[in-house]
Design a protein around this ligand. Structure first.
Ligand code: HAM
Length: 415
């Protein structure tokens, strides 16, 4: 029996993990620039938390969650996204009591049992941010600006920002009824998926991927034209802030996200460097969610972005050539005594912060040199009985070929 990674999951192997570390370091740096602090929540939560926040009728909750009963008969779910757990933690630890505005970010694995394909996995990774305690439209834009800044820092320029307003508990329900009435007129022609949604979740019909559905709904009324004053002023403000920052965007009145908690602003960032799974990031405002989860009424807004898709976009534009870390010094050892010396010296140098590599396979001098080259070590020191007797050795700078004499008991790298 040969075990394999579960379908839709991927090993991040040692030869590419440095790419992840690099992207993650840019995420950490950028979040810090914007004043966000990292939160790490468990990867599993009570199932009810997700059902309550993401919505029972969404695809995520109704068919994609990894849910199981644990040995205490409790229903547990591997988190399909980050927002619900972050809000649960915010409420549980009363984070809003100490600070009226709480800015948090996260990086980590999420789990959805979707049909795997390029850019769509069952365990995937997101970075994201949530900010709680303000209904300022500046923060809606900040949630777009953070991923945009990260993409730009990484050299990804081929992305588009789509924005919409999905209204609030005042203006959405009457619009929903109106939409339902309109959709019922074309019910028979809609795809089975959309037909199912007409009654329960008519807004989701708007982002149907079915070509024939799209034609049929081309002219249905859009919520944008039925927003209440508050929502429409908010949406205008978001646009004027984006204009001020010269961030290009498109208004897409049919953009409804696959999660039910949004109010007012919803957005997505897509990239032409990706295939059919072209969403790099998505987010929006969720002013009713903290209350829905048992906290006090608190506005909030956030975003999340897929890391696999970001790496795919980087690869597509040829920007994934990120150097993997290499040793500063490779100590080539010619015999047993030299191997002892190499091991001890490596430990000493490493404790001073110098990355050192050596041979553990008792290879020939030629093979060790080859290995040093392959690892792109900056310097190489060859140690045999002659060197150990004299206490002196030669350190070679691999790129220039220049050699420097060193005291074997006190090695200092020349540059
Ligand atoms: P989402 O749109 O479901 O939003 O996911 C955000 C991003 O995660 C997507 O744009 C995509 O890049 C990535 N992603 C989602 N599913 C997969 C998958 N199966 N395989 C690979 N990548 C995937 C949320 O998760 C919300 N929590 C965002 C948010 C935060 N809204 C407010 N705050």
């Amino acid at each position: 029996m040969k075990y394999r990674a579960i379908k839709g999951t991927k090993d991040i192997l040692p030869d590419v993990s440095h790419q992840w570390q690099y992207v993650e370091s840019i995420v950490h740096q950028t979040m810090q620039l914007f004043g966000y602090h990292e939160i790490r929540t468990p990867i599993f939560e009570q199932t009810g938390l997700f059902a309550r926040s993401i919505g029972e009728l969404t695809d995520i909750v109704s068919k994609e969650m990894y849910t199981f009963t644990d040995r205490s008969e409790e229903s547990i779910t591997l988190r399909p996204e980050g927002t619900a757990a972050v809000l649960r933690a915010y409420i549980q630890h009363s984070l809003g009591e100490h600070n009226s505005l709480v800015k948090m970010y996260y990086i980590g694995p999420m789990f959805r049992q979707e049909r795997p394909q390029a850019g769509r996995l069952r365990q995937f990774h997101q970075f994201g941010a949530e900010v709680l305690g303000s209904s300022s439209p500046y923060l809606d834009v900040e949630m777009m600006l953070i991923p945009v800044t990260i993409y730009t820092t990484l050299g990804i320029e081929s992305f588009s920002l789509y924005i919409n307003s999905v209204g609030c508990s005042k203006c959405r329900p009457p619009y929903k009824e109106l939409l339902k009435t309109e959709l019922k007129k074309i019910y028979d022609q809609l795809s089975p998926d959309s037909q199912r949604r007409v009654e329960q979740n008519p807004l989701r019909v708007l982002d149907s991927k079915d070509e024939s559905d799209r034609k049929l709904i081309a002219n249905v009324p859009l919520l944008l034209n039925y927003l209440c004053n508050e929502c429409s002023t908010h949406f205008e403000k978001v646009q004027s802030i984006l204009n001020m920052l010269n961030i290009p965007y498109n208004i897409d009145g049919k953009l409804v996200r696959g999660l039910d908690y949004y109010t007012k602003t919803a957005f997505e960032i897509t990239s032409t460097a990706l295939g059919s799974q072209d969403a790099l990031a998505g987010g929006g405002r969720y002013d009713g969610l903290v209350e829905e989860l048992g906290g006090s009424s608190t506005p909030g807004v956030g975003f999340a972005a897929g890391i696999e898709r970001l790496l795919m976009a980087l690869e597509a534009i040829g920007n994934l050539r990120i150097e993997s870390p290499s040793p500063q010094l490779y100590i080539v050892a010619l015999d047993d005594e030299a191997r002892q010396y190499a091991f001890k010296t490596a430990a000493e140098l490493r404790s001073k912060g110098i990355a050192v590599e050596l041979d553990y396979l008792e290879r020939s001098i030629k093979a060790q040199m080859r290995e040093a080259n392959k690892l792109q070590s900056r310097f190489v020191l060859v140690v045999g009985s002659n060197e150990l007797t004299s206490g002196k050795g030669l350190i070679k700078h691999m790129e220039s070929g220049q050699e420097f004499s060193v005291d074997l008991n006190y090695i200092e790298l020349p540059m």
